[in-house]
Design a protein around this ligand. Structure first.
Ligand code: SAH
Length: 246
């Protein structure tokens, strides 16, 4: 059952209006017709089964037949600060992290990041990443779409004041604690932040700054993983330990 993401403001009482890229997708690719029924979901973890009453180039209109709300969250939210990776690897990291249930991704520009957001293109790139997260969330039947934030410098990300219960930085060269043995918070009101370095690894100053700001360096073992592999492995370990995977 595909669930198409819309925003809560597209639902008024019993009527749903869909415009923009989703309308194009439903019309041009899926060729939906009046009388057909589809599921839509919004950022409040609400899903509506709608019957399409009208569709043209400008808008799709539907009537809500049934509504459900996602199960309450029971585990901490996982935020991933991901150093920007080259091309497809970043797309891949965002897609897989979404499938595995992260709540938000923050693209980071670090000292050894090979690709930097191009001047004037940062907005378009963020939108593309957000779209990848949305499609992955849709495909994996999540109740919500993780947010992909605007890129931030790694140093600013480490220094940002926050309420995170546990902050971790994946570090391949330090004798950090093993991620599998860190003790995790358990309340859904808590947040766990995980920072993953770029292809070239973190600079010493970055690791020092992160540590000074309360990040705990953690290791995934003696093998050096590619950054995107490290992201998937680390998110899988955290989610498994939280009971969200496996
Ligand atoms: N080129 C670097 C390796 C970078 S790996 C070097 O040779 O030093 C890219 C990122 O993945 C790292 O910054 C780290 O965040 C993560 N990573 C890779 N392997 C890891 C491991 N075994 N333990 C913890 N983090 C790891």
């Amino acid at each position: 059952m595909p669930v198409f993401f819309i925003t809560a403001d597209q639902i008024h009482a019993n009527a749903v209006t869909i415009t923009g890229p989703l309308l194009d997708h439903l019309r041009a690719s899926l060729r939906v017709k009046p009388g057909e029924r589809i599921w839509v979901g919004d950022e409040r973890r609400r899903r509506c089964h709608i019957e399409i009453t009208h569709i043209d180039r400008r808008a799709l209109r539907g009537t809500v037949l049934d509504q459900r709300t996602g199960p309450a969250l029971t585990t901490p939210r996982l935020l991933v600060g991901q150093a920007i990776l080259k091309g497809e690897r970043m797309d891949w990291a965002i897609q897989k992290a979404t499938e595995l249930g992260v709540a938000a991704l923050i693209p980071l520009v670090s000292e050894q990041t090979v690709v930097r957001p191009k001047q004037g293109r940062a907005g378009a790139q963020q939108e593309r990443w957000q779209r990848i997260a949305l499609e992955a969330a849709q495909q994996s039947e999540r109740w919500d779409v993780p947010t992909v934030a605007a890129p931030s410098s790694a140093m600013a990300f480490f220094a940002a004041p926050d309420q995170t219960a546990l902050k971790l930085i994946l570090s391949e060269r330090e004798t950090g604690q093993s991620l599998g043995s860190v003790s995790f918070p358990s309340s859904p009101a808590d947040t766990i932040t995980l920072a993953v370095g770029p292809e070239g690894g973190w600079r010493d100053e970055e690791l020092a700054e992160a540590r000074a700001r309360g990040f705990l360096p953690v290791t995934l073992g003696t093998r050096i993983l590619r950054a995107e592999t490290a992201t998937i492995a680390a998110v899988s370990i955290v989610q498994s330990r939280l009971g969200e995977l496996g």
